[in-house]
Ligand binder design. Structure first.
Ligand code: SF4
Length: 222
């Protein structure tokens, strides 16, 4: 599996920095500054995230300044992508923690950062698996997030057998002790969306998962 790009992390390819409401997962409903990093090591067909633009490099100091200048009140920064671990985000995380932000790192789980010096202090790793989750990143993953389509539910654990119609996602590994989230796939068909929501409720009630809906879509924020 591809390793993170080895740079000193002082310049990062950034797609955008913006304030919004975190729509999903453990911090759902919180105001947050999103820092969307450019580039992804996977090129999933069906990806609806623009990760291809924003190459060129922005200094971590400029990124932090842009984060601090967002006109919202929050202590949460979400580093997402694309795939954040494609780049050396360690200096950026250090600077953000130094400014008393909490950092949520959103990853597809195929890459890792070595060393990962923060443990779980101030940093929350949320993984949406699209393939196998790298054994080197597993110790830091505290939340696993799955989008569920009622037509592709595993009979043994209520999790998706596929993501984006093609990819086989990693399910929780034996010593995973974090939280599993399921959220209904939005396929643009109200009837199927209802079945997807029902499938999430069934899985959550049967296996103890947590249901997440895409609050940001309901609220009409990015
Ligand atoms: S891992 Fe996520 S961001 Fe990357 S291509 Fe796949 S869906 Fe898109």
């Amino acid at each position: 599996m591809e390793l993170p790009v080895r740079t000193d992390g002082k310049l990062l390819d950034v797609h955008s920095v913006f304030g919004t409401i975190q729509g999903e997962g453990p911090f759902a409903g919180m105001p947050a500054v999103f820092c969307r990093l450019a580039g992804c090591n996977l090129q999933c067909s069906g990806c609806d995230t623009d990760y291809t633009t924003g190459r060129g490099g922005m200094s971590v100091e400029d990124i932090v300044r842009t984060v601090c200048n967002q006109p919202i009140k929050t202590d949460l920064v979400v580093l997402t992508g694309g795939e954040p671990f494609r780049q050396n985000v360690a200096p950026l995380v250090d600077l953000l923690l130094g400014k008393d932000y909490r950092v949520q790192l959103e990853t597809n789980g195929t890459l890792y950062l070595d060393p990962f010096p923060w443990g779980n202090l101030g940093v929350t790793v949320v993984c949406s698996p699209k393939a196998n989750v790298n054994v080197r990143v597993r110790p830091w993953v505290k939340h696993l997030k799955y989008v569920l389509d009622a037509r592709e539910v595993h009979p043994n654990n209520g999790l998706p057998t596929k993501v984006l119609g093609t990819y086989i996602p990693q399910h929780p590994w034996p010593d995973f002790r974090g939280t599993v989230w399921v959220s209904p796939a939005d396929v643009g068909d109200p009837e199927q969306n209802k079945r997807n929501a029902e499938a999430c409720v069934r899985s959550a009630m049967r296996y103890g998962y947590r249901v997440s809906v895409q609050t940001h879509k309901l609220l009409g924020v990015p």
